[in-house]
Design a protein around this ligand. Structure first.
Ligand SMILES: Nc1ncnc2c1ncn2[C@@H]1O[C@H](COP(=O)(O)OP(=O)(O)O)[C@@H](O)[C@H]1O
Ligand SMILES: O=P(O)(O)OC[C@H](O)CO
Length: 494
């Protein structure tokens, strides 16, 4: 029996394909970045062809690099940037508009208008676990239907399909044979009822979305169709799907209630496993589906931060202070200690726990001797301070994480992880394989194929690489964090 697993990780800034052995170790990987489009203030778009071409390029490349025949791949798992919204023609596959990316805030005025309806706001939170915010797919989909000429009429006539990136890829990989998503991706649309695990007809009405556009919602380990032979050489079953942050929860083997992971990619997402209970936050955290297996839903509490690695990208591409992300580690290490500089990267507003779409970024505490080192350090520290905001919110919801496992591109930066442990006042653990989102997708695909028998088998695959211990005293930690809180207060609009 063939035991290799293939995973596609379609992220915000790049697509990756990875071939795994059945112990979760990486055999070969291929990655390709693609262009981000910012047509207006607060707008973020991707060209669907860029998403698709980068995925197919990396798929072919990884199969060639690994020298493993497609016939020896037992299954494919897909994980993806969540909430990003696509609409396409069910006959031709042509998208009607670019993908509106999760970071896009164009629907902020619409959300403000809807927020007058207190009953709707409460209904959304009670039934989807989310907050009324442009982040989620519902208002983006509504925007496409109302602003692209002819789109609403075509959608009502049953000609158009909606999907998050997983659904779009499944549809394309199967040559239009399968229009499906999984419960984790569905739970981020603001159209899915996390209690009944069904699309919510009240919300479809509220956001004016024709039900015929929506994909079928599956467990995370399920039969999503087969890839076309033309693309992968042989048909490969797609048998695992999860949104990237939930896939990281699985890849980090956070299967016990109280276990948490924080992923530092473009954004940062901290997710805490709350077990069978959809815990309702009093601190504007999200209640979401952690994973759904064999019809059983495990819930999670999530804090979403929009700018993590994206802040480093801005230091590189916007300010041109650095040539590559890895350089930040040495620069930050040379920054003067306690320099009092704070960078609040609210470039597209603030996410959890503030949810302030109109706030914009600022740099505070500059003096004549502030240099590149201090600015870079402040950029990196902003990610840690935002994680501290989430830790505090979870704690106040009575759900302090029992341990924190980290991953994502930025987790490779030892300086950041050291400061994170300092400011959290807690141990931070980094696994040997930091491609945990892809690992999670591969695990799901392997579960469905019987390569892994249960979650305990997956737990045994997780290996720790580094543990970062806090070094600051409580007084030092509190002073540093108070400076951050003051900086955030200064830029808030709501
Ligand atoms: N050594 C590093 N130090 C700081 N940031 C880093 C480092 N390596 C990568 N990054 C940042 O991490 C992000 C890439 O992480 P990744 O997990 O690939 O993101 P995504 O899945 O969102 O595309 C980029 O924004 C990059 O700036
Ligand atoms: O592409 P990432 O890794 O920044 O993840 C994006 C998230 O899924 C957005 O919710």
């Amino acid at each position: 029996m063939t035991q290799h697993l293939l995973a596609i990780d379609q992220g915000t800034t790049s697509s990756r394909s990875i071939v795994f052995a059945d112990d979760g170790s990486i055999i070969a990987m291929s990655q390709q970045e693609f262009t981000q489009h910012y047509p207006k203030d607060g707008w973020v778009e991707h060209q669907p062809d860029d998403i698709w071409n980068s995925v197919t390029h990396t798929l072919r490349d990884v199969l060639q690099k690994s020298q493993i025949d497609a016939g020896d791949i037992a299954a494919l798992g897909i994980t993806n940037q969540r909430e990003t919204t696509l609409v396409w023609d069910k006959h031709t596959g042509a998208t009607v508009y670019p993908a509106i990316v999760w970071q896009d805030r164009r629907t902020a005025p619409y959300c403000r208008e809807l927020s007058q309806n207190e009953q709707l706001v409460n209904y959304i939170t009670d039934n989807t676990g989310l907050l009324l915010d442009p982040y989620f797919s519902a208002t983006k989909l509504n925007w496409i239907l109302n602003n692209v000429e002819g789109a609403r009429a075509r959608a009502e006539a049953g000609e158009l399909l909606f999907g998050t990136v997983d659904t779009y890829l499944i549809w394309k990989l199967t040559d239009g044979a399968s229009h499906k998503t999984d419960a984790t991706n569905a739970s981020r649309t603001m159209l899915f009822n996390i209690h009944t695990q069904q699309w919510d007809t009240e919300l479809l009405k509220a956001f004016d979305i024709p039900a015929a556009m929506l994909p079928e919602v599956m467990d995370c380990a399920a039969d999503f169709g087969n890839t076309s032979a033309e693309l992968t050489g042989k048909r490969i079953p797609i048998s695992g799907v999860a949104g990237d942050q939930q896939a990281a929860l699985i890849g980090q083997a956070c299967f016990e209630k109280g276990m948490a992971k924080s992923t530092y990619g473009t954004g940062c997402f901290m997710i805490l496993n709350t077990g069978d209970t959809p815990l309702v936050s009093k601190n504007r955290l999200l209640t979401t589906v952690g994973y759904r297996l064999n019809g059983h839903t495990t819930y999670a509490l999530e804090g979403s931060i929009f700018m993590a690695g994206a802040t480093v990208q801005w230091l590189r591409d916007g300010l041109k202070l650095i040539d590559n992300a890895a350089e930040t580690e040495a620069l930050a290490a040379r920054a003067r200690e306690d320099n009092g500089v704070y960078l609040v990267p609210a470039f597209t507003g603030l996410g959890a726990p503030y949810w302030d779409p109109d706030a914009r970024g600022a740099m505070l505490g500059l003096t004549r001797d502030t240099g590149i080192n201090e600015i870079v350090a402040a950029g990196l520290q902003s990610v840690c301070y935002q994680t501290k905001d989430l830790q505090k919110a979870m704690e106040s919801d009575g759900a302090r994480p029992v341990s924190l496992r980290v991953d994502g591109g930025m987790a490779n930066n030892d300086w950041v992880m050291g400061f994170l442990a300092d400011i959290l006042g807690a141990e931070v653990k980094r696994p040997a394989v930091t491609e945990t989102t892809a690992v999670g997708a591969a695990f799901l695909a392997g579960l469905q194929q019987g390569i892994f028998t249960d979650l305990d088998t997956l737990t045994q695959c997780w290996q720790c690489d580094s543990v970062f211990e806090p070094r600051l005293t409580k007084a030092q930690r509190d002073t540093a964090y108070a400076g951050w809180q003051e900086a955030v207060t200064r830029i808030r609009c709501s």
